[in-house]
Ligand binder design. Structure first.
Ligand code: FES
Ligand code: MG
Length: 570
């Protein structure tokens, strides 16, 4: 069975080969129980990222069985393969260090094998972007199946959300408002099923982006991991990839510039994670598109925030699913979307949304009556971040939307840990906490440390939010006035490196401004006295990362993974 364009499939080349190698391919494949009939079918790779080191993927072996059913039913032959799997809770120093490694692993596995199409099963934060980056580069028929969110945590009649409540409860415990026993009860109740974090953190954001792009079947993102309908979704995904192979529909037919814009709109309307921005940029660049931060700012300004899901709203993914999930949100967004984009269903966005409606307007607000009239993420620029910084506006305290305060500077994570709770630290609730050297090269890997802890002495006074600025990232489940992704980063001599204690910093969300009130002469002098921090690695993947990673505004991909024409000049 050739594809509709009468091109010979890759697996056909392998199995119809008349040389000794064709003999070897057939013989070795049959040894695994595949018959002569099987090896003439489209071969579908199933990228299974199951790992007991990745909690969010613990149920993938079961999902794979359902995908395989679908593949067989549609006339394909499934072949499962592993890649590395990255889970947020364990990986040190940070999962972001390994996203590109996973993207490379996935890409090379897809290239190296006789697979005609691939089902990419991901879930935890960095896995779906890594897989989409690979699919964008390889461009063979591909479909994303996400693992789904955990069920709501439950305790004392209340819903709990990982990891928004991980921060909240550990903070209250630190402030003395929660006993050890109470904290351990939360610990036991918050994560009670398979699946990824069940708020609109990075995992749910990326699952929504996969759907917004048209790379996952409609409705896939929000179905709870353990709901029977996720198994149905897995089977449907298996069936659909065979159709994509037969019809020769490839990622680049789907992930067009317009589809990228749709995905950004979905992110903005959902109060999606700031990490999503880095990943969308990385995916777009793999497709040969430049995607400046200004595009996000422009789209954000025109896209109303509709989704009442934590950390920016009240509900969680389970309620989002019941309200209709991403298709229902997209239905509201239709007037703003590019409806003609092709998707993995073989139909357009608009066609997919036929008959879809919002089932709970408390969770998904109406376009004409949004929670806020613009999107969740604002790009800030100024002399402190000439290439931009991000802030999740929906998580900012009202009083900090425009603020001036004196800097309290920490030079590294270690410095932060050493001094943040020091009773003699010169800090008050109006201070601006600055953390340097936690960017892509600085920490390295740009860890999620931008939610700088509130100093103990202020915590005890009841302070729960402060303006905090860094070149690091935050978890999608974080909340507070957190300016992150400042670019260029401090470790390569970005202006954040030159901030000193007591400097006045101005932040103005409406004006998109982040300004250090120190004159240029003084800044130049500080620059002259600055020395670059020494590298963290002298060998191995860490060294490759440090030498080749791009800045946050360029998606933190490796320069050599971009198409040649997009690579920044050295
Ligand atoms: Fe995997 Fe939160 S730890 S999504
Ligand atoms: Mg996360």
């Amino acid at each position: 069975m050739a594809n509709k364009n009468n091109k010979q499939r890759k697996s056909e080349k392998y199995f119809s080969d008349n040389t000794m190698w064709g003999f070897v391919h057939r013989s070795f494949t049959k040894s695994m129980g595949y018959t002569e009939e099987d090896i003439r079918k489209p071969v579908i790779g199933i990228c299974n990222t199951f790992s007991e080191l990745n909690k969010c993927h613990s149920h993938f072996n079961e999902l794979v069985e359902y995908v395989k059913r679908g593949v067989w039913q549609a006339g394909g032959v499934p072949m499962e393969f592993p890649t590395i799997s990255i889970g947020e809770p364990y990986v040190k120093p940070t999962t972001m260090l390994l996203r590109n490694l996973m993207a490379m692993d996935t890409e090379e596995m897809m290239r190296a094998h006789p697979i005609d199409g691939v089902v990419l099963i991901g879930g935890c934060d960095k896995t779906v972007p890594a897989q989409l980056m690979a699919a964008a580069s390889v461009n063979i028929p591909a479909i994303v199946l996400t693992g789904g969110p955990m069920l709501n945590g439950r305790l004392n009649g209340e819903n709990l959300g990982a990891c928004t409540d991980c921060y909240r409860f550990t903070l209250e415990h630190k402030a003395g408002n929660l006993t050890d026993n109470e904290l351990s009860e939360v610990e036991n109740s918050i994560c009670r099923s398979d699946g990824h974090c069940m708020v609109m953190g990075t995992a749910s954001t990326m699952a929504s982006i996969a759907e917004g792009l048209g790379m996952a079947l409609p409705g896939c993102a929000a179905i709870p991991a353990v709901d029977s309908r996720r198994r149905h979704m897995s089977e449907m995904t298996g069936k659909q990839i065979v159709k994509l192979v037969v019809n020769d529909i490839k990622p680049r037919d789907i992930m067009t510039k317009e589809a990228i814009e749709n995905a950004i709109k979905v992110t903005m309307a959902s109060g999606g994670s700031t990490n999503g921005i880095i990943h969308i940029i990385a995916i777009a660049q793999r497709l040969g598109m430049k995607l400046p931060l200004d595009t996000f700012d422009e789209i954000s300004a025109k896209t109303p925030f509709l989704l009442n899901v934590r950390p920016s709203g009240e509900y969680q993914m389970e309620e989002y699913f019941e309200a209709g999930g991403v298709p229902a949100l997209m239905k509201e967004l239709v007037p703003l979307l590019h409806g003609d984009c092709l998707t993995v269903t073989g139909k357009t966005v608009k066609e997919n949304l036929d008959g879809v409606s919002v089932k709970d307007p408390k969770v998904i607000y109406k376009l004409e009556n949004p929670i806020e009239k613009d999107g969740g993420i604002v790009v800030l620029k100024g002399n402190l971040a000439p290439n931009g910084a991000l802030i999740k506006k929906t998580a900012v305290s009202e009083k900090f939307k425009r603020h001036k305060g004196k800097a309290v500077v920490f030079h590294s994570l270690q410095d932060l840990h050493n001094r943040i709770d020091d009773p003699n630290l010169d800090v008050d609730e109006d201070s601006v906490l600055v953390l340097q050297n936690v960017g892509p090269k600085g920490a390295p890997g740009m860890p999620e440390v931008g939610q700088i802890p509130i100093p103990q002495k202020l915590l005890e006074k009841g302070v729960r939010d402060m303006v905090r600025i860094s070149d690091g990232r935050i978890s999608g489940t974080s909340y507070g006035t957190l300016v992150v992704h400042a670019a260029p980063e401090a470790a390569i001599g970005g202006p954040l490196a030159f901030v000193q204690d007591g400097d006045e910093i101005e932040i103005d969300l409406q004006a998109h401004r982040l300004h250090l009130r120190v004159n240029e002469e003084e800044l130049n002098e500080r620059k002259g006295n600055w020395t670059m921090p020494k590298q963290h690695y002298d060998r191995g993947y860490g060294l490759l990362f440090e030498e080749r990673v791009l800045q946050a505004d360029l998606g933190c991909d490796f320069d050599f993974l971009l198409p040649k024409e997009l690579r920044p000049k050295k």
